[in-house]
Design a protein around this ligand. Structure first.
Ligand code: NI
Ligand code: MN
Length: 229
């Protein structure tokens, strides 16, 4: 089965590859755009990009139910452990770790990372995942501003880039379009928009600009929809 990406609304993502479910930034129960609840989602691995509630809210509950190990930077991992996650592992910027489903690397991100209780969540990150099953390379910018070193991640040869376009907290449509030009992915999916009024955006107009100005194929996935790579 080829690697499949499923958008779960806002900044929550599921990658299915090699029989593994990799859940990224679980925020489901209080996410008005989520197609399912934390009690329903499949997870064999949980990856957390930063400490904000809209990325970490349901991680512990899902980890306790599924037994999935949680991965994040050292402060995020320690916080998840203290909240009751059964198994946590640290990710480090630029360090490529070989996991059962493939390779994972924590990438740069320019954003905040305070944890739900106000404590320091360390530096926020993005995620670069290379599937062991079929070599597909997926980049999740997660919450970030535009930065020029996205071009370095683009050199990996990206099959999919998942980028925030909501603005206000992260890059908006204009900078996300510039990000597509730096990343040069085959496919691009926008996220982190239309969840709340403050991140309302015209995704159709953005996708049209991507099509007109880049070689990437944009996919406007509704929460719950999947893209087979
Ligand atoms: Ni955030
Ligand atoms: Mn966010």
């Amino acid at each position: 089965m080829p690697t499949t990406y499923t958008y779960l609304g806002h900044g929550t993502h599921l990658v299915h590859t090699g029989g593994h479910n990799i859940l990224i930034d679980p925020f489901l129960d209080n996410n008005p755009s989520a197609p399912l609840k934390a009690a329903e989602v499949a997870a064999d691995f949980i990856l957390v990009s930063h400490g904000h509630n809209d990325h970490i809210a349901d991680a512990v509950a899902i980890a306790q139910r599924t037994g999935a190990p949680c991965y994040g930077n050292a402060k995020v991992a320690a916080w998840l452990k203290a909240q009751g996650a059964p198994e946590t592992k640290n990710l480090y910027f630029g360090g490529r770790q070989q996991l059962p489903f493939g390779e994972v690397m924590l990438t740069l991100a320019f954003h905040g990372s305070s944890l739900p209780d106000g404590s320091d969540g360390g530096s926020p990150g993005g995620l670069l995942i290379t599937a062991a099953e079929d070599g597909k390379c997926l980049y999740f910018a997660c919450d970030t501003a535009l930065f020029g070193d996205m071009a370095l991640y683009g050199e990996e040869g990206l099959d999919l880039a998942v980028l925030p376009i909501g603005g206000h907290f992260t890059m908006g449509p204009k900078d996300a379009l510039r990000a597509v030009k730096l990343l040069n992915p085959k496919h691009v999916v926008p996220c982190h928009y239309n969840t709340f009024p403050v991140v309302q955006q015209d995704a159709e107009a953005w996708a049209a600009a991507v099509t007109a100005q880049t070689s990437a194929t944009p996919h406007l996935l509704k929460p719950g929809e999947s893209l087979t790579l």
